[in-house]
Design a protein around this ligand. Structure first.
Ligand SMILES: Nc1ncnc2c1ncn2[C@@H]1O[C@H](COP(=O)(O)OP(=O)(O)O)[C@@H](O)[C@H]1O
Ligand SMILES: [Mg+2]
Length: 301
């Protein structure tokens, strides 16, 4: 899908609130109005090479990590082999899957910085069949500084991924909340960027800046990079504000916005404590169903 920075800037510009729009939005749910039946994914007979997607938004707390875990787990339910890469020194992705990364000696940091360490050496299996993880911990915070003096510093992750790419159908990279060198590495290694977006007005400004960065990386480092889609998270159809923001995002980005929206529910914070995806923690919940729908959309891309 085409990347449109102008659209991103337009959507972030404040405009007079239209009282009519508010009234209309309160009557109907714009997310539900866009829902169409999603085709069931075809089974695969062989695996790889992986399609690489960076989960990216420089704002924290918008659902990047939650979406990485749950989209990954949902993709495995459709027979896809998935590798998740934790590229945030906070290590929340690892924790969310019950992997005690804080105590691990070898993480993504070692694979990025040491020539003799490969992703095969640092990846671990999770409790979900078909779902592997490259963990991260606070060690990674040094990489941002250390990478600066490397040759082809933006391509470090791309180079490292080549080792495992043929084994997986999807590689999802959970980015940290910044547009620094690690995130640029993720964008350089990826074919797609998924932008989880919390449905509130101030989120929109960040998207404009993110789309600018994606444009620059596409132009200078990775011509194949596309926006896979914008994912509305923490959606609450009971608030007019949320529905208005969603309508505006759809107005600006059209089909680039996934039809699947992720509702706000306490089930997600619960899964973090459980160290499991929602698809196994609460398999019949609406949250699990939503990530399965998202997986169908991603497979159909
Ligand atoms: N749809 C949701 N509804 C309610 N809480 C959510 C939802 N998605 C994520 N959360 C919670 O919000 C917090 C931030 O989410 P997280 O995925 O860690 O964001 P990020 O990785 O962008 O910083 C976490 O505590 C998570 O459990
Ligand atoms: Mg995170």
């Amino acid at each position: 899908m085409a990347i449109r920075a102008d659209a991103a800037h337009a959507v972030a510009r404040p405009r007079d609130t239209d009282p009519e729009m508010g009234a209309a939005a309160s009557r109907q749910d714009p997310a539900r109005a866009r829902q169409r039946p999603l085709p069931d994914p075809k089974p695969l007979t062989e695996h790889g090479p992986a399609h690489v997607i960076a989960m990216c938004n420089q704002k924290g707390g918008v659902g990047k990590t939650t979406s990485t875990i749950n989209l990954g787990a949902a993709l495995t339910e459709f027979g896809r082999k998935v590798l998740l890469i934790d590229l945030d020194p906070q290590g929340a992705l690892s924790v969310g899957l019950g992997i005690p990364a804080q105590n691990m000696d070898r993480t993504i940091y070692n694979a990025l910085m040491e020539r003799r360490t490969t992703l095969r050496d640092v990846r671990v299996h999770t409790d979900i069949p078909g779902l592997d993880l490259v963990p991260s911990n606070i060690d990674l915070s040094a990489a941002e500084v250390q990478l600066v003096s490397e040759v082809a510093r933006e391509q470090t992750l791309l180079r490292v991924l080549a080792d495992v790419r043929d084994e997986y159908d999807y590689i999802l990279i959970d980015c940290q909340p910044s547009l620094g060198l690690l995130t640029v590495n993720a964008l350089t290694a990826a074919q797609g960027v998924m932008i989880p977006l919390e449905c509130e007005f101030f989120s929109l400004r960040g998207v404009a800046l993110l789309v600018d960065t994606i444009d620059k990386v596409k132009e200078r480092l990775n011509p194949q990079l596309e926006i896979s889609g914008i994912l509305a998270t923490m959606y609450d159809a009971r608030t007019v504000h949320c529905k208005e923001v969603f309508s505006r995002v759809v107005e600006a980005f059209g089909d680039t916005v996934f039809q699947t929206v992720i509702q706000r529910t306490v089930r997600f914070p619960e899964t973090t404590v459980a160290g499991q995806p929602i698809t196994t923690w609460a398999p019949t919940s609406s949250g699990a169903a939503a990530y399965r729908d998202l997986a169908k959309e991603v497979i159909a891309l």
